[in-house]
Write a protein that binds this ligand. Structure first.
Ligand code: ATP
Ligand code: LTN
Length: 326
């Protein structure tokens, strides 16, 4: 277990099936083969407006969601980004080797800037550099994320290479890890866009903490394509393909098997069954979630802070020596 995975989720909005299938589920699948570091990236979350009280409770909620998803707190390091100041220190240093043109190209920045015209702040622009710092502090080998984050991991590699060649070989080059299925779960109300916590309609997503009855309703209301045949076809039937992918991943049945099972049946029947699959998954997930109390989570975050700080401090010292400030 000498290889490390690092990933994180922002404590903002409601975590949904996209976050689970694109990220958390893969963390759990990989956790026994790697040293695992999972961060609650609160300094990323404040690049959009957050209510301080809600933010505080979301931080604990995200850590609980990690555990409910199946992350083992005995082996993984789970911690809060803002509690390890090396992240923002390294981000500052990396800023000095990042070109503004590189950040202007980031798709997520362009999308978020369009959605939040009244609050296009420096933090939002600099978001990928803080993410690079997160990853590089821990000698990360693998970064399991949804496919919307691959551009940020690519930039992380560019910055690591640039730093190593300009100063000294300090950083390991991380690889992105993206599963074929689930890497981009699409919105239930619009299969052309990814399922998103910040979507304007709550019928865009099924939140991990939605009541099972509500989740059933959302699946039944999901848009479908024209035609009636149950066939996975991303181009011609994007809405159905999305429902089949969610079904396949949650029930652990292949898409081909589902196609065979629903041969001659309509969309309505598939949706009804999927609604049950989702409701059952959520009921079990939420049962685990409610078993963790705040004190337990606070202890885990404190232990995580200590372990993460020690690793991060070592890397930051090497960086400071390399650039000549220490
Ligand atoms: P927003 O949708 O509001 O931009 P987000 O859900 O992308 O927020 P994060 O909480 O930081 O923001 O995402 C956590 C993880 O979930 C990341 O690895 C991201 O790639 C993944 N993820 C997010 N949305 C999806 C999706 N629709 N399908 C698959 N993975 C996703
Ligand atoms: N930008 C990521 C969250 C994130 C992250 C990270 C993911 C912040 N730092 C480091 C992996 C590794 C997102 O999903 N929106």
């Amino acid at each position: 277990m000498n290889k490390t995975i690092f990933s994180g989720v922002q404590p903002s909005g409601n975590l949904h099936l996209g976050n689970y299938l694109g990220a958390l589920k893969n963390w759990v699948a990989l956790q026994n083969q790697y040293r695992c570091i999972f961060c609650v990236v609160d300094y990323h979350a404040i690049t959009l407006k957050q209510d301080p009280k809600v933010l505080r409770s979301k931080i604990l909620e995200i850590a609980k969601l990690y555990l409910a998803a199946g992350i083992n707190p005995e082996t993984a390091i789970i911690f809060q980004q803002s509690q390890v100041s090396a992240h923002t220190e390294l981000a500052w240093i990396l800023n000095t080797i990042t070109k503004t043109a590189e950040l202007q190209r980031m798709t997520q920045f362009k999308d978020k800037a369009k959605e939040n015209k009244e609050n296009i702040n420096m933090g939002l622009f600099d978001y990928p550099v803080l993410m690079a710092a997160d990853i590089l502090l821990y000698n990360t080998d693998l970064v399991p994320v949804g496919d919307d984050q691959s551009q940020h991991v690519e930039l992380t590699r560019v910055l690591a290479r640039r730093f190593n060649s300009r100063f000294k070989d300090v950083f390991k080059l991380p690889e992105v890890y993206i599963q074929k299925q689930g890497a981009r779960v699409m919105g239930l109300d619009d299969p052309r866009k990814k399922m998103s916590k910040s979507a304007s309609s709550e019928f865009n997503y099924v939140a991990l903490l939605d009541k099972p009855a509500m989740a059933r309703k959302k699946i039944m209301k999901a848009v479908t394509d024209s035609g009636s045949e149950i066939k996975f076809d991303l181009r011609k039937k994007p809405a159905l393909a999305n429902l089949l992918a969610i079904y396949s991943l949650l029930a652990n049945v292949s898409v081909q098997e589902l196609e065979a099972r629903y041969n001659g049946h309509g969309y309505g029947e598939l949706k009804k069954d999927l609604a049950e699959v989702v409701a059952k998954f959520l009921a079990e997930f939420q049962h685990r979630f409610s078993g963790f109390d705040d004190q337990f989570i606070n202890n885990i975050l404190e232990q995580g802070r200590q372990k993460a700080s020690a690793i991060a401090a070592e890397t930051l010292t090497k960086v400071k020596e390399a650039i000549g400030v220490a």
